[in-house]
Design a protein around this ligand. Structure first.
Ligand code: SF4
Ligand code: SF4
Length: 97
């Protein structure tokens, strides 16, 4: 499943997309370990698989929370330059901005 978390406002679209089919095979959960903003959480889905989600409290704050990483590493997109995307072995994460 492709899950989108985030929001849009007058300045743009701020979404993190998670391909949970890839997360099902993940055992390290590197995204949760490297993220300085505690953006990610691992939760059990409807099929009793553990998958990555964006934590409830982070969903409306992504632009702010990710600003430090993006200032240092550039934008996310499909590239894997951010701590979270670089730590994800299967490429399950994508940032819209
Ligand atoms: S590191 Fe990637 S595959 Fe593993 S839980 Fe995080 S987003 Fe999913
Ligand atoms: S860019 Fe990635 S690692 Fe950095 S704060 Fe945002 S979600 Fe976390």
């Amino acid at each position: 499943m492709i899950a989108n978390y985030g929001y849009e406002d007058g300045s743009g679209f701020y979404y993190i997309t998670v391909d949970t089919d890839i997360c099902i095979g993940c055992t390290e959960y590197g995204c949760t370990k490297v993220c300085p903003g505690n953006v990610f959480a691992v939760e059990m889905d409807d099929y009793d698989d553990f998958v990555c989600t964006v934590a409830e409290g982070a969903r409306k704050r992504l632009r702010e929370l990710c600003s430090v990483c993006k200032a240092q590493n550039g934008s996310g997109g499909t590239e894997r330059k951010l701590p979270c995307t670089a730590a994800c072995p299967g490429g399950a994460l994508r940032h819209s901005w």
